[in-house]
Design a binder for this molecule. Structure first.
Ligand SMILES: [Cu+2]
Length: 457
């Protein structure tokens, strides 16, 4: 982990315009640690202040702070970053302290929080603290609650973290561009009573989406709905770490949505309850069991379950296009179309022509085609039984016996007890009796694909 100490020593003082900094900034601005690694960092046990059970940010980290005169002081630096979305693809995004999303901020209910925000972007910005109770002038809507933070300036936000729960932060300045570029982060306010709503493992991440053309690095910021990268904390499968739990742990997963569409998040093998939203904790009497919960745009959902089924359980968005990496949506559907004769004739003209999709597209998971630089296969990832054929918003909850309390390391693939894996039947399957179709016999189904003008959705 690097720090910006050098930067602050040389430039920090001159960045702090008199109008921009309140009485709070007397002395120095706290360090702004940065993180360049995309792997999930171990939870940050609080070195001071009230105790709490820290969260694990999926493919992310928690921002260290310092205590100063009973204030918890953080320093966020808004800046261009390079984020590896998965091995093989880097995106040029905007974020905070070296990463997109920015670091998670963790505080305790009742904490006095002071956040220094330095703008190293090429344009002005602000930060809005989504869901918080705070003085109106700290809410971060540029032009409405405060002036925009000019390039090179540092602003200071001060408020008491009044309500425990899960929150997000993001700019309210040139919002379409800055959100499309990846500016966002998670915020967790732990309850004052560390025993309240206690869980053994507490994960947090944000949903974000990008439109990055294969071969390029920068998101197209004008895209409104047709994104090609759907991410958990700006990572796509197989770049998303597993969520590791010890068997019988009570697990919470906090998910915030800052994309342009809703995401029905689905967990295999367990039922969960929505225990919290960005509005607060849900009373027990108002919860119901789910295996999928929709997280709409601008919402946060905290789901909880007992991880009592050992195994590798898929955990993903249930919109099947969101578990794909970049793909062309104008590829015609060829299922059931016998186009071999045509293909032979085309290959005489275009030798590299590929017959695709005649039996479905599962072959794509194992196909090794040359790709343009800096993009990812549409479906990818290999499990213990072969190609997983996924991308995008997909990862695995790994439930294992006997892990150490703070062990979040990937335990490898689940070793299934003998006799507990689906198996191939030896010999031919007995023919199923089928009723004869009523009326005419013989098929009149047309096996042609009619041209349409609908190239989008
Ligand atoms: Cu989705």
């Amino acid at each position: 982990m690097k720090t910006r100490r050098d930067f602050l020593r040389t430039a920090g003082a001159s960045l702090l315009g008199a109008a921009a900094v309140s009485r709070a900034a007397q002395g120095a601005v706290p360090e702004a640690p940065t993180q360049a690694r995309p792997e999930t960092q171990p939870p940050l046990a609080p070195p001071n202040g009230r105790p709490y059970n820290p969260v694990a940010t999926l493919n992310g980290w928690t921002l260290p702070w310092r205590m100063k005169d009973s204030w918890k002081e953080f320093h966020l630096v808004a800046e261009p970053v390079v984020r590896q979305l998965a091995p093989g693809m880097r995106a040029h995004l905007w974020g905070y302290n070296g990463q997109s999303p920015g670091p998670t901020i963790e505080v305790v209910e009742g904490d006095k929080v002071r956040i220094f925000v330095t703008n190293k972007l090429p344009e002005h910005t602000t930060i809005h603290w989504h869901g918080q109770r705070l003085p109106n002038g700290m809410d971060g809507v540029g032009g409405l609650n405060q002036p925009q933070i000019p390039v090179g300036k540092t602003y200071v936000y001060e408020f008491v973290a009044r309500r425990p729960g899960t929150f997000m932060y993001h700019p309210h300045a040139d919002e379409m561009v800055q959100m499309a570029m990846g500016m966002m982060g998670s915020w967790v306010t732990h309850p004052k009573d560390a025993g309240f709503m206690r869980v053994d493992r507490d994960f947090v991440f944000l949903l974000s989406n990008y439109d990055i053309e294969p071969g390029s690095h920068t998101p197209k910021i004008t895209t409104m709905t047709d994104f090609n990268l759907f991410t958990f904390n700006s990572r796509v499968f197989p770049g998303i770490d597993p969520l590791v739990a010890r068997r019988n742990d009570r697990v919470r997963i906090r998910i915030g949505n800052l994309t342009m569409t809703s995401h029905p998040i689905h967990l295999h093998g367990h039922e969960f309850e929505v225990a919290g939203t960005d509005g607060g904790w849900v009373p027990r009497s108002a919860r119901w069991p789910e295996v999928t919960t929709d997280v709409a745009v601008g919402q946060m959902r905290a789901i909880e379950f007992i991880a009592n089924e050992p195994g590798d359980w898929a955990f993903h968005c249930h919109k099947s296009h969101h578990t794909m990496n970049p793909m062309g949506h104008s590829v015609p559907t060829m299922i059931g179309v016998d186009h071999r004769g045509i293909a032979e004739r085309i290959i005489r003209l275009v030798p590299e022509y590929m017959v695709m999709g005649e039996r479905g597209m599962a072959d794509m998971g194992e196909m090794e085609m040359p790709l343009p630089d800096n993009t990812l296969p549409m479906m990818t990832g290999t499990g213990p039984f072969g190609a997983i054929e996924m991308g995008g918003m997909f990862t695995v909850v790994k439930v294992r016996e006997g892990l150490a309390r703070n062990d979040y390391r990937d335990p490898g693939w689940y070793k299934h007890p003998p006799g507990t894996v689906a198996y191939a039947l030896d010999g031919p399957a007995p023919a199923a009796a089928r009723a004869a179709p009523a009326g005419r016999t013989g098929s009149a189904t047309m096996k042609v694909r009619k041209p349409t003008g609908h190239r989008g959705h």
